[in-house]
Each structure stands twice: as structure tokens, then as C-alpha cells.
Design a protein around this ligand. Structure first.
Ligand code: NAP
Ligand code: ZN
Ligand code: ZN
Length: 348
């Protein structure tokens, strides 16, 4: 058993506080990892606050983990001791369903073990996430991280990065496509970077006019203020694709009207309240709404390698664990540029 220091939500209404527990004894296929950095995703807030109605407590959030291998089991040979690894939103899956067989483990039809607020494959033992000093995982669910990039800025790739990379690859978004990124937060700013890298014409669609300069710096070609009626009506039917990364209630009909005939709204944001969509937002232009969830192991590794090759990382503000509750408040206000990342040294 590996003694582990962490921060946890003890109940939905409470602030996160220190929490100590033990990680499992190293299994023969496991690696024990000393966590270096963990990104702060809005999904952490939704779940720590019980906003999705599926929360179990105490909960140690965090699924954007970069760390170093400390020890490995007798049959674990993928990573050497001292290697850098990344752990994202799931730490195991059934391995036998068609999704797992096809490398789309995130859509496992058996039991997926989410990194926290989930259970191991026994469907009983709770999982705990990356706001912690150590983690033990099956080596297959730990990905290789290049030492050439800034590690604190790599951590958010494990969720914000792959969640925007995967749909852009799936729908083959690139040159000749007009892509809108709705919401310039953690996911949104990675969506801009990937969209630009893949050759799309990228517009940031935001409720925060003051983010315009940042959007340009990130490489976006245009900026649209979602609450500006005149600008929104001018942009009607402009986009082939919009990725909706918004974490709070918003009018999806207004967003759908920005999409051209046969275009697609790709929903990745998960506001607590379900949106109301009018059929007339879809029917007259044969528009589609699709969803997408993170990415599989193979694709997440491909994304990490792509980022190392093209020097793509997240824009981060590194925080001490003691600042986590303030960071949550700032994210809810949209005041983050563009991902908070916990320095795990501050847990020790
Ligand atoms: P974030 O950093 O807090 O960014 C969310 C952005 O949404 C904000 O920066 C803001 O951008 C915009 N926004 C906030 N409130 C809004 C409102 N009322 N109306 C319109 N826009 C609003 O969050 P994140 O970490 O990127 O996560 C975004 C969402 O994706 C969350 O719901 C999260 O749970 C979900 N998520 C899904 C997946 C998946 O696999 N599908 C993976 C990770 C996260 P502007 O200031 O530019 O308007
Ligand atoms: Zn996430
Ligand atoms: Zn499966």
C-alpha cells in the first residue's frame, strides 16, 4: 500500500480539504507513479459539487496527470523506472467489448474505470484522482510523455487536449473548413490550437469580449461575441463545425443557427441542466448535433506525440493545492488563462 496525500471533496456542498489514503499494492502489471502535475478540469467542479447527480464521496478529483514512474510490477515492462507518464480520464476498462477492442476504450460498453468518482473493474473499489501525491495504475493505461515539453503545460493535454483533438480528427476537420470554438476556456483554447494546426479557419465564439486579443494570440482567425445580436446574425450559417465547450446553461438554438446546411454541432461541454433544442434549429438546414468524449488510449498517445512534434501545450497558471477552492471560483467566473495546474510538490 502506498501512503498518499491528497485533497478531496467530502460532500457536494463543501470546499476541498486535505485527505490521506493508501493506493493499492502494486499489482504485477501496475506502475506506481509519483505525480508531478495535475490539471484542473471543469468536470472536476461539476463532480465535486454533485452537479451531474452521479457523485460519490470522499472524492479526490483530477484526471490530467503527469508523473514519474517510481516502481513497476513483475510483469510491467512498458515504462522504465524514472520514465514520464500521463494518465487521463480513465484508468481501466473491460478490454473485451467492441469499443475496447477497437481502441475506443472511452466508449467501453462493459465497465470503464474513470480515474475518479468511479470504481475499479471489481465495480466496488472507488477510484481516486490526481489531486494527490501518487497513483497506481495498470501500465497500459499510462501513456508516454516526452521530456522535451514543459510538463505543467502537458498535463491538460490528457483531458482538455484529447477532448478537442479527437473530434477534429474524427470529423477530419482541416483545410477548407470553417470551425467555430464556442467557449474560450481549458478545452476551448486547446481546440483553437489544434484547429489552427490542422489548417481550419478558426473563429472563437465567446461571451467574453476581453478574450479577443488572446484568441488572436492563440492563432484564431476571427472572434465572435455570442451576446452581440448584430454580429451573430451576420455570422448565420457560417460554420461547417462548431465545438461547444460551454460548461453552463446557454441557448443552443442560437449556436445552431451559426451552422451551415449539413454542418455539425459537436457537443463536448456538459452543463448541469439539459438544453432545449427546437427541431426548427435542425430541420431546415439538415444540421446535425453530435457528442464526443475524450479519446482512446491509442489516440491520446498519438495526440501527445503530435504535441511533442509540433510544440503544442496548454497555456497554464500553476497553483499550489491550497489555492484549489479559489481556482474553482475563478473558473466558474471564466477567469482562467487557460488552465489551472496543481504543482503536486505542494501536497507533500
Ligand atoms: P472552462 O475552462 O471553465 O471553460 C468553459 C468556458 O465556457 C468558459 O471559459 C466560458 O468561455 C464559457 N462559458 C461559461 N459559462 C458560460 C455561459 N453561461 N454561457 C456561454 N459560455 C459560457 O471549462 P473546461 O474545463 O474547458 O470544460 C468545459 C466543459 O466541457 C465542462 O462542462 C466539462 O465538464 C466538459 N468536458 C467534457 C469532456 C468530454 O469528454 N466531452 C471532457 C472534458 C470536459 P467564454 O468566456 O469564452 O465565453
Ligand atoms: Zn476533464
Ligand atoms: Zn470495454
Amino acid at each position: 500500500m502506498l501512503p498518499t496525500k491528497a485533497y478531496a471533496a467530502y460532500s457536494a456542498g463543501d470546499l476541498l480539504k486535505p485527505f490521506e489514503f493508501s493506493r493499492r499494492t502494486l499489482g504485477e502489471n501496475d506502475v506506481a507513479v509519483e505525480i508531478l502535475y495535475c490539471g484542473v478540469c471543469h468536470s472536476d467542479i461539476h463532480q465535486a459539487r454533485g452537479e451531474w447527480g452521479n457523485s460519490t464521496f470522499p472524492m479526490v478529483p483530477g484526471h490530467e496527470i503527469v508523473g514519474r514512474v517510481l516502481a513497476r510490477g513483475a510483469r510491467a515492462g512498458r515504462h522504465a523506472i524514472g520514465d514520464l507518464v500521463g494518465i487521463g480520464c480513465f484508468v481501466d476498462s473491460c478490454r473485451s467489448c467492441s469499443s475496447c477492442q477497437e481502441g475506443e476504450e472511452q466508449y467501453c460498453q462493459g465497465h470503464i474505470s474513470f480515474t475518479y468518482n468511479g470504481t475499479e473493474q471489481d465495480q466496488r473499489t472507488p477510484t481516486q484522482g490526481g489531486y494527490s501525491s501518487h497513483i497506481v495504475v495498470d501500465e497500459r493505461y499510462a501513456l508516454k510523455v516526452s521530456p522535451t515539453l514543459n510538463l505543467s503545460a502537458v498535463a491538460p493535454l490528457l483531458c482538455a487536449g484529447i477532448t478537442t483533438y479527437s473530434p477534429l480528427r474524427h470529423w477530419k476537420v482541416g483545410k477548407g473548413d470553417r470551425l467555430g470554438i464556442l467557449g474560450l476556456g481549458g478545452l476551448g483554447h486547446m481546440g483553437v490550437k489544434f484547429g489552427v494546426a490542422f489548417g481550419a479557419e478558426v473563429t472563437v465564439i465567446s461571451t467574453s469580449p476581453k478574450k479577443k486579443a488572446d484568441a488572436e494570440r492563440l492563432g484564431a482567425h476571427d472572434f465572435l461575441v455570442l451576446n452581440d445580436d448584430e454580429a451573430v446574425s451576420k455570422a448565420a450559417e457560417k460554420f461547417d463545425y462548431i465545438i461547444d465547450t460551454v460548461s453552463a446553461e446557454h441557448d443552443m438554438n442560437r449556436v445552431l443557427n451559426l451552422i451551415r446546411r449539413d454542418g455539425t454541432l459537436i457537443v463536448v461541454g456538459v452543463p448541469p441542466k439539459a438544453p432545449e433544442i427546437h427541431p426548427f434549429s435542425l430541420i431546415p438546414r439538415r444540421r446535425r448535433i453530435a457528442g464526443s468524449m475524450i479519446g482512446g488510449l491509442r489516440e491520446t498517445q498519438e495526440m501527445l506525440d503530435y504535441c511533442a512534434e509540433h510544440d503544442i501545450v496548454s497555456d497554464v497558471e500553476v497553483i499550489s493545492i491550497a489555492d484549489i477552492n479559489t481556482a474553482y471560483e475563478r473558473m466558474i467566473r471564466g477567469d482562467v488563462r487557460y488552465r489551472f495546474v496543481i504543482d503536486a510538490k505542494t501536497l507533500k
